[in-house]
Each structure stands twice: as structure tokens, then as C-alpha cells.
Design a protein around this ligand. Structure first.
Ligand code: PAF
Length: 281
């Protein structure tokens, strides 16, 4: 497994693989890999070669967000990727991705202004720009994204469709800890008391899923129950908890189409997200 920092070197390696008839699976990440990322890599093994990018993208962090603090451990990540059978890690420096004079961005309206976009106004512009650039560099057949970042996944699918990009986007299920907490690199910020309190998110998700499975279609009733569960936890503060159309991210009152029920909740200072989707039969 090679670790490459340079864009032209990645392009050369991938071109060579393509000439040999290989298919390329790509898993973009910001590193500090966990089993959630691992599940994307395992799925990407359906291709002949797997590329993982590890890049903490400054463009997707707001000025008061955790860019500097974001956990990084390239050595551990490389070991994990090697064990999983990854062929290439692309680990550029910010100056390689955004050299002096860089001034292009990819923005997507509407979809990016709801949910996480309301409290993170620059986030999805940064995500779309870097994902676009990474896809141009790696030129994969398929790229793999976690459903935990459901809004990100919907936005990337939209961007790929709107810009007629030549890649298949594959969504992969949320991976949870044994006690239900959705795996996230940001879980490492939690103190032990906050780690316990963070279970309010998954408890609320599981209760919501059960209600919908049992036939609840009224969003007001569903969200009230889900919010009550989170509000019982003194360390938790809801940023948002909403039911939206899974394609447009616009709020719905009734579950009468594919719907995403998504939340962002502060546990102390740590902002965590979780969600579930439902497609009425
Ligand atoms: O989901 C992430 O880790 C990031 O948003 C991504 C897609 C790697 C872009 O930086």
C-alpha cells in the first residue's frame, strides 16, 4: 500500500490501473478512521483497486469550528487501511489541494441550506468543492459515503447528477457502537460522562424508528416523543431534530414519501449527528 501526497502521482497510478482494466473504488475521509470508515472500505473492495483519501478539509470548517482540534493519526490510519487491503492512501497537504491563487468552489443551493446547513453555513460548499476535486483526481468508478452524514450524501448525489459526473455514489449504512452510539471521529471529544449522555441520540432514534414501524405517520407526534427522550438528558441540547423529504431536505408534516428523520445534538460542546430513513411501503 502506497501513501501519496501529490496529486499528479495519484493520477499516474490510477491511470496505470485503468490501462490494466482495473475498476477503482474510492473512500473519501478526513482520517481518524473507525469501523464506520472500515465498512465503506470493505464495500469498496467490490472494485479491483481501493483508494482512501485522508484530508482534513479546511474549506468545510467554519471559523469557530474544530479544524485545529480535529483528531489526526496518519500512522494508525495507514495501519488500519493496510490491514483492510487498501491499495493507495491519498494524503495531501492543504497547500497541495488549495495552492496560492486557488479561487474555485462548488456550491449547491436549497439542499445545503437545511438541517446542518443552518448552523454550519459554509460546510456543504466546502464538502462539495473538495469531493468534486477528489473525484477529479482519483477518477473512481464508484465512491462510498456513510449514511450517517445523510444530508451530505443527498447533496453529493445531487451534485454528481447536476454536473453529469462520471461516478456512481454508493451509500453505506450507519455503523454503531455496541450500545447504539453512531460511530464518529468526533466521539473521541466526549468525556466519560458525556459519552454516557450521548446515548440520548440513539435512544431517540431507536424509539422513533419503532413508532414509524408501528404505523405513526404524524411528524408532530413522532418528533415530540423523540425530543422528549433527548431533553431528559441534562447534558444534551438539541440543535435540530426534523423530518424532511429524503431527496429535497424540505420539512414534511406527514410520512407519506421517503423521509429522513435527522438530528444534531450538542452533548456539552460536542455536536453529534444521527438519523434514520423511512420509505413507506
Ligand atoms: O464525510 C467526511 O468525512 C467529509 O465530509 C468528506 C466527504 C471526506 C469531505 O471532506
Amino acid at each position: 500500500m502506497k501513501v501519496v501526497k501529490n496529486i499528479s502521482e495519484v493520477k499516474n497510478i490510477v491511470n496505470e490501473w485503468k490501462q490494466q482494466g482495473c475498476t477503482i473504488g474510492f473512500v473519501p475521509t478526513m482520517g481518524y478512521l473507525h469501523e464506520g470508515h472500515g465498512s465503506l472500505v470493505v464495500k469498496a473492495m467490490e472494485n479491483s483497486k481501493v483508494v482512501v483519501s485522508i484530508f482534513v478539509n479546511p474549506m468545510q470548517f467554519g471559523p469557530t469550528e474544530d479544524l485545529d482540534k480535529y483528531p489526526r493519526d496518519l500512522e494508525k490510519d495507514s495501519k488500519y487501511c493496510k490491514e483492510l487491503g487498501v491499495d493507495l492512501i491519498f494524503n495531501p497537504e492543504p497547500g497541495e489541494m488549495y495552492p496560492e491563487g486557488y479561487c474555485t468552489s462548488v456550491d449547491i443551493s436549497g439542499l445545503s441550506e437545511e438541517l446542518c446547513g443552518l448552523s454550519r453555513p459554509v460546510h456543504f460548499k466546502g464538502v462539495c468543492t473538495v469531493v468534486n476535486k477528489l473525484l477529479n483526481i482519483v477518477n473512481p468508478d464508484k465512491a462510498y459515503f456513510g449514511e450517517k452524514d445523510a444530508q451530505q450524501l443527498a447533496i453529493i448525489r445531487r451534485m454528481v447528477k447536476d454536473l453529469s459526473m462520471n461516478v456512481e455514489i454508493v451509500g453505506c449504512p450507519i455503523i454503531r457502537e455496541k450500545d447504539g452510539l453512531a460511530k464518529s471521529s468526533r466521539n473521541t471529544y466526549l468525556s466519560s460522562e458525556e459519552r454516557r449522555a450521548a446515548l440520548a441520540l440513539s435512544k431517540s432514534i431507536f424509539a422513533g424508528k419503532d413508532m414509524v414501524k408501528e404505523g405513526c405517520r404524524e411528524v408532530d407526534i413522532l418528533l415530540k416523543k423523540m425530543k422528549d427522550i433527548i431533553n431528559e438528558e441534562p447534558l444534551a441540547r438539541i440543535d435540530y431534530l426534523k423530518a424532511v423529504d429524503a431527496m429535497t431536505m424540505q420539512q414534511v408534516d406527514t410520512i407519506d414519501r421517503p423521509v429522513l428523520i435527522a438530528m444534531a445534538v450538542y452533548i456539552g460542546k460536542v455536536r453529534l449527528i444521527d438519523n434514520f430513513s423511512f420509505i413507506p411501503g
